[in-house]
Ligand binder design. Structure first.
Ligand SMILES: NC(=O)c1ccc[n+]([C@@H]2O[C@H](COP(=O)([O-])OP(=O)(O)OC[C@H]3O[C@@H](n4cnc5c(N)ncnc54)[C@H](OP(=O)(O)O)[C@@H]3O)[C@@H](O)[C@H]2O)c1
Length: 199
């Protein structure tokens, strides 16, 4: 069994990831979110979550004690967050270091290496910098703009390569995240652009 925690589990992309992961028998899922009532996203409804393998923890990533407690004993941390991402990334790295959890999947954004850097993207860039400076087995994802289209069609680019494509379905991004959760040794120390081919 693999212990996986989703930080920001009420988020849009997280909802799609949960939809996929709850069907896997080898995953113990912890959903960490500020308000349990906001979990009902993307068709995810609380009664549909299998009780034995899915735990819900109310907490704030900026509350270090709550975060560390939730991360303890996990194998994989998947961060689906918005807001003060630099402070969140610092808390996550510290909590993972102190609890010996190595694998982190973190959603950032397209455009974080653009010059000049758009101010809205500064938290995304700072968070990526914090994670890259860590000793974690991280995978940073830099998706293009989201669509709600019900399709799985994506390609990845490496750091330093041009970010191609302009959109990506949330379901595609969720599928990639699920694949990384299933094979965490893949994409260690990588910082990947994600887009729909020819978009
Ligand atoms: N939309 C796009 O086209 C696009 C493109 C590229 C990248 N992105 C980025 O990709 C990421 C994932 O996207 P998304 O649409 O899934 O995001 P989202 O729906 O906005 O989800 C972000 C989640 O973060 C949670 N959160 C915020 N502060 C928190 C805290 N202190 N502690 C715990 N949870 C907290 C929010 O929970 P609450 O419910 O409590 O607020 C929310 O559920 C985001 O960073 C987004 O900006 C988006």
């Amino acid at each position: 069994m693999k212990n996986v925690i989703i930080l920001g589990a009420s988020g849009n992309v997280a909802g799609h990831v949960i939809d996929i992961l709850v069907k896997k028998d080898d995953i113990n899922l912890t959903l960490f979110l500020r308000n349990i009532r906001r979990l009902r996203n993307n068709g995810v409804s609380k009664p549909a979550l299998p009780a034995g393998r899915c735990r819900i923890v109310e907490g704030d990533v900026l509350d270090y004690k709550q975060l560390k407690e939730a991360i303890t004993g996990q194998d994989i941390v998947y961060a689906n967050l918005s807001g003060d991402l630099e402070a969140m990334a610092k808390n996550i790295v510290k909590a993972m270091d102190e609890t010996g959890v190595k694998k982190l999947i973190f959603i950032s954004s397209i455009g974080i290496y653009d010059i000049p850097l758009k101010s809205v993207l500064k938290p995304y860039r700072k968070a990526a910098d914090v994670i890259e400076a860590s000793d974690l087995e991280y995978t940073i994802l830099r998706p293009t703009w989201f669509t709600n289209v019900d399709e799985v069609d994506y390609e990845i680019t490496r750091k330093g390569e041009p970010e191609i494509g302009s959109v990506i379905s949330q379901k595609s991004l969720a599928t990639l995240i699920t694949k990384i959760i299933e094979t965490p040794e893949k994409y260690i120390g990588e910082n990947l652009g994600v887009d729909k081919p020819n978009s």
